[in-house]
Write a protein that binds this ligand. Structure first.
Ligand SMILES: Nc1nc2c(ncn2[C@@H]2O[C@H](COP(=O)(O)OP(=O)(O)OP(=O)(O)O)[C@@H](O)[C@H]2O)c(=O)[nH]1
Ligand SMILES: [Mg+2]
Length: 216
């Protein structure tokens, strides 16, 4: 059996579990986002700012994936929202089976919004459906404006791009306009938000968009 056939079977199996998960989330009325970015772009920070804004309005739960440590689950858990940490022990992405197992561990009667923080990586997680409603890719201004062109699958497969660390724009050479142009050249319908998780600028617009999606 060739390597390509084995790889296709792995993805087929993942897609089958993801499709069962999607049905389950829909039946339970849970809006699910799969948050993707390279390490350190600010995924956990965005979850913290989002939870601070919305946790009194809706029920939020989080599944967070990391190669090692439960640091992020501790950060999110300190906001008193249910969180399950997945430690992949080296794997560079989450898969649908891991989400299925983690979701069973969330002790929450009613969830409106489930945020999955994927492993920090701009390549591997792009091909793995986790049963989410929307893939949301985060890119910080410090990473360079050419990243959508260099990692196109991530930007092609995502419905939303969040440009983070806008507070650092005066100190970096990257142009936000260029990030936007490059992202829309890969995916013309990608919705773009510009935020700073440090100053909270732009977080309200992002949260308002989330609330609209949840009500749909
Ligand atoms: N100046 C500035 N720093 C930020 C901002 N957002 C996050 N950071 C900092 O960037 C670093 C990484 O943020 P995290 O939220 O841990 O990033 P992450 O994407 O969750 O990282 P991994 O889970 O390791 O992939 C931390 O030191 C944050 O305080 C921002 O908008 N502005
Ligand atoms: Mg994190």
């Amino acid at each position: 059996m060739s390597v390509m056939i084995v790889e296709r079977k792995v993805l087929e199996k993942n897609d089958q579990i993801a499709s069962e998960l999607r049905k389950k989330f829909q039946t339970k009325g849970i809006f699910v986002i799969n948050l993707l970015s390279s390490p350190g772009s600010g995924k956990t920070s965005l979850i913290e700012r989002t939870a601070e804004q919305l946790k009194d309005k809706i029920n939020i739960s989080v599944i967070v994936g990391d190669v090692q440590t439960d640091n992020d689950a501790k950060r999110i858990g300190s906001l008193n929202i249910p969180v399950v940490q997945i430690i992949t022990n080296g794997a560079c992405h989450l898969d649908a089976q891991l989400i299925k197992d983690a979701f069973d561990k969330i002790e929450q009667e009613k969830i409106d919004l489930l945020i999955i923080e994927n492993v920090g990586n701009l390549v591997c997680p792009a091909g793995y459906d986790l049963g989410e409603d929307k893939k949301v890719v985060l890119l910080s201004t410090t990473e360079g404006d050419d990243k959508p062109l260099k990692y196109p699958a991530m930007f092609r497969n995502s419905s939303v791009l969040i440009i983070n660390k806008t507070d650092l724009i005066p100190y970096v050479d990257a142009s936000v306009k260029e990030i936007e142009n490059n992202a829309t050249s890969i995916n013309s319908s990608i919705k773009i938000f510009k935020v700073s998780c440090k100053t909270s600028e732009g977080i309200e617009d992002w949260c308002n968009w989330l609330l609209i999606q949840i009500k749909k």
